[in-house]
Design a protein around this ligand. Structure first.
Ligand code: BTN
Length: 258
């Protein structure tokens, strides 16, 4: 990761590369709580022994995958608190923007709220977490299947994940992928404060679900409806027989035409 460290020297003020760590998000949360650490801070690991996904999920990855967390201070660029949920969506957009030029043949889309899919399979997962204090600090954890194979993966991962090497037919330089994603992310995060935020305005060209019938598990129950895109605050809009439903948190478990 020497090349990435040098390439990102202008944008990242604290850089850690670990051969092995439990979870880069755990380490990122510790850095976020420490007011002495200069931000943005980047934690990258060759291997995680306890990678975490959203909710109670684990994040499985093998050698050749990219796993890192970027710690940022969103309060620093005058971003109002109600916009913070857009950080996760923006991270998905940054991953797509970074990977599209590196693998132009791979059709990328965001499955709301923040998984990146390619050819019907999950290529990248994003986990955004915030410490209680200091306010305004956000840890953006990103796992991208870059050069990894799935031979030793659990069945559920093998059946629904894909890596860039499989989809594009060639291996990719991890330093270059990391540098591109972090560069895009650092550029895009301040745009969340704009009106309308770039991620809301540009969502139609990234959304995997718009125009599809979607089943979402939400705290209010399971909703099935036609996805009509994104609301101004990042909520997914579903239309069913009751009318317009705004999904602010939840998981999309099924989607398809009709
Ligand atoms: C998900 O798909 O539910 C989110 C997965 C997020 C995985 C990344 S890998 C780097 C960072 N460290 C973690 O423990 N998780 C995130």
């Amino acid at each position: 990761m020497h090349l990435a460290r040098a390439a990102l020297a202008e944008v990242v003020r604290h850089f850690e590369h670990h051969v092995e760590v439990a979870s880069t998000n755990d380490r990122g949360m510790a850095l976020a709580r420490d007011e002495q650490i200069a931000l943005p801070a980047l934690v990258i690991a060759d291997r995680q022994t306890a990678g975490r996904g959203r909710g109670a999920n684990r994040w499985w990855s093998a050698d050749g995958a990219l796993t890192f967390s970027l710690v940022v201070n969103v309060a620093a660029n005058a971003m109002p608190r109600e916009r913070w949920p857009l950080v996760a969506l923006t991270a998905g957009m940054a991953v797509c923007d970074a990977l599209r030029p590196l693998a132009p043949s791979v059709p990328l889309a965001i499955k709301w709220p923040n998984d990146v899919y390619a050819a019907g399979r999950k290529l990248c997962g994003i986990l955004v977490e915030t410490p209680a204090t200091p306010a305004g600090r956000v840890v953006i954890g990103i796992g991208v299947n870059v050069n990894n194979a799935f031979a030793t993966a659990p069945d559920d991962v093998r059946s629904r994940a894909a890596s860039l090497v499989e989809l594009s037919g060639r291996p990719h330089d991890l330093d270059a992928v990391l540098t591109a994603i972090v560069g895009e992310l650092v550029d895009l995060l301040p745009t969340i404060a704009a009106t309308p935020p770039a991620v809301v305005e540009r969502w139609p060209s990234y959304c995997l679900l718009t125009g599809q019938t979607v089943e979402a598990q939400t705290p209010a129950g399971t909703w099935i409806g036609l996805c009509q895109g994104l609301d101004a605050d990042g909520a997914l809009i579903l239309r069913d027989e009751v009318g317009k439903r705004r999904c602010t948190t939840g998981t999309v478990v099924r989607w398809g035409p009709g």
